[in-house]
Design a protein. Structure first.
Length: 278
């Protein structure tokens, strides 16, 4: 699926790496990754995408559906240079080979792209840890629910207090140290609160309190993510994103809900804070 991109570089001299990670399934990692990719492409960025979760393969399937739509419709939609890495179920040597492949893909994409977006599996596999260690920006989608907060922390439900960071939060902390040792870089961690309720419910107030407490303890910042919209699921089969509807269907097809969803995607991309293109 990979295509050639023009050789470009951002003002930092290499591609900015965005990793989308969360060890909990159903948090919207691949939907987030796809929408970030397409929004960046529409801004004129040269983007490479890497699916480290290729056994599940949601991002790869999404992009394959997009290729099918482009061929069938003749619509000139943008698509990234896409690569996959399979987590090995074999021995130590096979695992090391896959890690070497991922390193080469990331470091090779540094040269010919402005941004590399990596979708990671919902597990603590070595490939996922390695991908996290290359992040300039880590985006962790979290459904705005106390049930899903355990991806970040262990919570005392009676006192509504943080007891300890989760295994995932500890893994991110370890990869921040790996990144600092490798090249002196740092990881900007963004927790993206998806499916926010419009009601001032107890759950929402409790989440606000716990997230603010945790953000100070384990160093992340929060952004408002995507609302609960059926359109995100419907677009998957066509390989489209909410950012494509204006061109693929026509501006007259955009409802107020679609416009709100576009604004959510744009706000997330703006939060990444990429340097301007040269």
């Amino acid at each position: 699926m990979a295509t050639l991109s023009e050789t470009r570089s951002n003002s930092a001299g290499r591609a900015h790496v965005v990793v989308v990670g969360n060890e909990k399934g159903g948090s919207g990692k691949s939907t987030t990754a796809m929408h970030v990719i397409i929004c960046l492409l529409q801004q004129g960025q040269a983007v490479a995408s890497i699916d480290v979760d290729s056994r599940q393969g949601t991002l790869s399937h999404y992009l394959a559906n997009r290729q099918t739509f482009i061929k069938a419709s003749g619509n000139d939609l943008k698509i990234p240079d896409h690569f996959t890495v399979d987590p090995s179920a074999e021995g130590h040597e096979e695992e090391e080979a896959e890690q070497d492949k991922l390193r080469l893909l990331i470091e090779g994409a540094y040269v010919n792209h402005d941004v590399v977006v990596i979708d990671t599996p919902g597990s603590g596999h070595a490939l996922s840890r390695l991908a996290h260690s290359y992040a300039d920006t880590l985006i962790t989608p979290v459904n705005d629910s106390l049930i899903d907060l355990d991806v970040l922390a262990n919570v005392d439900g009676r006192r509504m207090a943080i007891m300890a960071p989760s295994h995932y939060a500890e893994m991110v902390w370890e990869q921040k140290k790996v990144r600092a040792r490798r090249d002196g870089g740092s990881i900007d961690w963004i927790v993206m609160r998806n499916r926010l309720s419009s009601l001032d419910a107890h759950n929402k107030r409790d989440m606000d309190k716990l997230i603010k407490d945790l953000a100070g303890r384990i160093s992340f910042r929060t952004v408002v993510g995507f609302g609960e919209r059926v359109i995100f699921r419907e677009l998957f089969l066509a390989g489209l994103t909410i950012m494509d509807l204006k061109d693929a269907v026509g501006p007259q097809a955009l409802s107020p809900s679609h416009l709100a969803a576009r604004a959510e995607v744009q706000a997330l991309v703006n939060a990444i804070g990429l340097p301007p293109l040269r």
